[in-house]
Design a protein around this ligand. Structure first.
Ligand code: ACO
Length: 434
């Protein structure tokens, strides 16, 4: 990263000229550092939706939306999805390097050590009505973890405490997600089996049934699930990661910060889109499968309908994750011998949209959520669990972003505003108001 004199930016305001440094990232990304703007000029910037605002420097993930590039700590998402497993990628995001054999074994064993959740947590969990949305339960359950680990309430207590909290968070998330699934199905909870790897353990806690004590997850499914989790593992300063950083910047504990990130993810414009995509595809199927009709609806500005799983704030060429997921989707359905008619509808919809000038001009391409739901469904997950699975994948990224923010001692996040309300006016007693 550099900022050279030749790269300064000059701003003229009220007849006065000010200079601000230009910061250049390791991949050549450029930013005007306006951190002294208000102090020196009295002005703030206005950027609703943060479309042009870099909220932080970060060494975790690089994303080039124009070129469709995504790299974690320098490694391409294509390589990671193909060659690594989810625990390796988690280690990479959290610690900055891929683990060697010993490092991996130690990390993996430490995560396995913490998979159980306190039995009392089950009591809180049992009070949710059956059928309540998994994301609402997930937020509450993650937040509840703070009650069981009071030492974690001070996020700066010690490096050792931070590390233990991280391991606990990573280890208990699959257990909680599986419990939510079991409750939804009305089945008894299956406890973790720490002889299994992270993904197999999650699948076992989810799909193992009392009548099947010898249940072994299908290696095809384990592989697909590893890929899906890796593809969701981090995505730099997106809505939920920014939320985690913002909440954490007030020195809130990790559990509270992650619960807030899960809440941000829930919305249909973010992670909630994967559930919406499948519901949309089902709706199109039930409506006779006329994809053009739905493409036209999405283009109609008087119709609130949007093509879910299309468009991205940053990717304006293609989403590299969507490419990998589309291929994985074909592979998994083939290997599992599943013929899902919504896959055909999804492909037709993608083709129709990609050749339509409305989508081409606005650079709207399928995003990570477009095909992931079809794989989740083939594996056996109900639609309303999809966003919780996204959260499971995104967890190491959120933690890495939270840690980076704390380790660099970043200040509390507190944006400014441009006030557009009333100017001062006199108070009128209640009986005298018009
Ligand atoms: N269907 C139809 N039109 C769309 C869509 C869509 N899915 N997405 C964007 N547009 C149109 C907008 O109407 C707008 O048109 P206009 O210029 O004529 O007004 C233009 O494309 C730009 O869209 P914005 O909403 O301004 O783009 P923004 O960057 O703010 O939003 C977002 C990005 C939220 C992802 C948007 O594309 C969207 O709503 N997509 C559908 C939901 C979705 O799939 N979300 C998941 C995103 S990936 C993730 O979070 C994991």
């Amino acid at each position: 990263m550099s900022n050279t004199q030749s790269q300064n930016c000059t701003i003229t305001l009220d007849g006065k000229t000010y200079e601000f440094p230009v910061i250049i990232g390791t991949e050549g990304e450029k930013a005007i550092d306006i951190s002294k703007l208000r102090d020196t000029t009295g002005y703030v910037t206005l950027d609703i939706g943060y479309k042009n605002t870099g909220a932080t420097k970060s060494a975790i993930t690089f994303l080039d939306g124009e070129e469709g590039i995504l790299r974690h700590r320098g490694y391409s998402i294509e390589d990671l999805a193909e060659k690594a497993n989810f625990m390796e990628v988690s280690y990479l995001l959290l610690k900055g390097e891929l683990p060697n054999k010993e490092q991996f074994e130690e990390f993996d064993a430490s995560v396995r050590h913490h998979t159980l959740v306190n039995e009392d947590l089950q009591n809180i969990f049992k009070t949710f009505p059956t059928g309540s949305h998994p994301m609402g339960q997930l937020i509450a359950m993650i937040s509840s973890l703070s009650a069981y680990y009071p030492k974690a309430l001070d996020p700066n207590r010690s490096a050792e405490s931070k590390n233990r909290t991280t391991l606990r968070m990573l280890a208990k998330m699959p257990t909680i997600c599986a419990m939510i699934y079991k409750k939804r199905m009305g089945h008894p909870v299956v406890y973790p089996n720490n002889n299994l790897d992270y993904v197999s353990n999650f699948l076992s806690m989810t799909f193992k049934h009392v009548s099947e004590p010898d249940y072994q997850p299908d290696p095809v499914v384990v592989d697909a699930m590893n890929k899906l989790l890796i593809l969701h593992a981090d995505h730099e300063q997106n809505c939920s990661a920014s939320t985690v950083r913002l909440v954490g910047s007030s020195q809130s504990n990790l559990y509270a910060s992650i619960a807030a990130g899960v809440a941000a993810l829930w919305g249909p414009l973010h992670g909630g889109a994967n559930q919406e995509v499948l519901e949309m595809l089902e709706q199109i199927k039930a409506d006779g499968g006329n994809v053009q009709k739905w493409v036209d609806k999405a283009k109609d500005k008087n119709d609130p309908f949007r093509l879910m799983g299309f468009g991205h704030r940053v990717y304006k060429n293609f989403d590299p994750r969507a490419k990998i997921i589309k291929k994985t989707c074909d592979d998994v359905l083939n290997k599992l011998g599943i013929n899902d008619p919504v896959l055909e509808i999804a492909k037709k919809l993608e083709e129709a949209a990609l050749t339509d000038p409305y989508f081409v001009e606005r650079k709207l391409y399928p995003n990570v959520d477009f095909y992931s739901g079809i794989i989740y469904r083939a594996i056996g997950f109900p639609t309303d669990m999809f966003t919780a699975l996204f959260a499971l994948g995104r967890l190491p990224g959120w933690i890495a972003q939270w840690q980076e923010m704390l380790n660099e001692g970043q200040p509390i996040g507190r944006p400014r505003q441009i006030y557009t309300g009333h100017t001062p006016r006199s108070f009128v007693p209640r009986g005298e108001r018009q």
